[in-house]
Write a protein that binds this ligand. Structure first.
Ligand code: NAP
Ligand code: FER
Length: 336
């Protein structure tokens, strides 16, 4: 191996409010040698996801929070470059939680094989990976829509939202997407077949919903919280269901706002609100992955990736994700 340099992005300091470049630092080290039972992997694509902002925050979490100097959390799709395990050969493609890093030596039991024949390998971090599983289970296991239901999804053009809306359509829902630009809303309608797109930066969400769906919203898949969700909550139907998937509008808040504020109407509507984590359904992920792969092959599910070139650009791309700069699943291309 001619190159011996490994690079990693660490959290240099805990952000207060919106992260800046100063919250990240590049750390260099020597590419590690795999021990018995390990594989040496080289990152091809790295996933950037909103949950990473939560890991940078101190306080209660389902997962361990980062301390200054720690490598940023994250999943990559990588190629096996050396193998000291009988389970993997050089050239195999795998997924692994090695963080924002170019190389790593990891135990073979800590990587997951990716089938390159199923779909392009980048999808194992998107529609066939964690965000796709989130959409599938948040919709089908938490919201449980019935044919004819009106389904609203926020951050609708994103990695999770776009899959939610399309699986909603497959299940006979009328789908309304909420997103932050005209271009994203046009994509929802023209490419993904949603019935309506609401641009929350230009339109009044509550008013639009009351004219589009006067009988009310049966299912709301909430990715954002904040004012967008206030507008949806004002339009919920009798016996409606809300899945709390994410609250991205709050992730950069220096202090968690007090609330919720407008829950009184849920008494009248008998609404059920349920939070969930994608990992709650881990035993069923493989079934979901193969169903989603089939829908992609049949042309019933489309996906869009936003690929940023270059490991060095990861912090900028991540800061942009929390501001809606991405259009589709955000990935960093690290190596060919
Ligand atoms: P994404 O939608 O691909 O990207 C994030 C999008 O959020 C941005 O592009 C932006 O789109 C929107 N956004 C940012 N700030 C906003 C604000 N203030 N108000 C409204 N929208 C805002 O990200 P993703 O990976 O699919 O994740 C979507 C949500 O699912 C996140 O909240 C994430 O934390 C959550 N999630 C939860 C789980 C779980 O297990 N519960 C698992 C995965 C993801 P616009 O241009 O449309 O504003
Ligand atoms: C996410 C947002 C929040 C996510 C997990 C969480 C896996 C969990 C938050 C917590 O433990 O407080 O996108 O994805």
């Amino acid at each position: 191996m001619t190159n011996t340099l490994n690079r990693a992005w660490t959290m240099a300091a805990r952000p207060i409010g919106e992260p800046t470049q100063d919250n990240f630092a590049m750390k260099e080290s020597v590419i590690p040698a795999p021990k018995h039972g390990e594989v040496l992997i080289k990152t091809l694509y790295m996933s950037l996801d909103p949950y990473m902002r939560g890991r940078m925050r101190s306080g209660p979490s389902y997962a361990t929070v980062l301390e200054p100097g720690d490598i940023m959390t994250g999943e990559v799709v990588a190629r096996v470059e050396q193998s000291e395990s009988q389970k993997y050969n050089v050239g195999d493609i795998v997924r692994a939680n090695i963080g924002w890093q170019e190389w790593a030596a990891v135990g073979a039991h800590n990587v997951n094989r990716v089938d390159p024949n199923l779909a392009p390998i980048s999808t194992s971090l998107g529609i066939l990976g964690m965000p796709g599983m989130t959409a599938y289970f948040g919709l089908l296991a938490v919201l449980k829509p019935r044919a004819g239901d009106t389904l609203v999804v926020s951050a609708a053009s994103g990695a999770v939202g776009a899959v939610v809306g399309q699986i909603g359509k497959i299940n006979g829902c009328e789908v309304i997407g909420i997103a932050g630009t005209e271009e994203k809303c046009a994509y929802l309608i023209n490419e993904l077949g949603f019935s309506h797109g609401i641009n929350y930066k230009k339109q009044n969400v509550s008013k639009e919903l009351s004219s589009i769906a006067p009988a009310g919203i049966d299912c709301y898949f909430d990715n954002v919280g904040g004012p967008v969700s206030d507008g949806v909550f004002e339009n919920l139907a009798l016996k409606s269901r809300v899945a709390i998937c994410g609250q991205i509008s709050q992730y950069n808040a220096a202090e968690t706002p007090k609330g919720p504020r407008n829950l009184a109407s849920l008494i009248r509507t008998r609404t059920t609100v349920e939070g969930f984590l994608v990992y709650d359904f881990v035993l069923e992920h493989e079934v979901a992955r193969s169903r989603i792969a089939t829908w992609i092959k049949e042309g019933r599910l489309k996906y869009k990736e936003d690929v940023v070139d270059g490991f060095e650009n990861a912090p900028t791309a991540f800061i942009g994700l929390l501001n809606g700069k991405n259009f589709g699943k955000l990935l960093v291309k690290v190596s060919d």
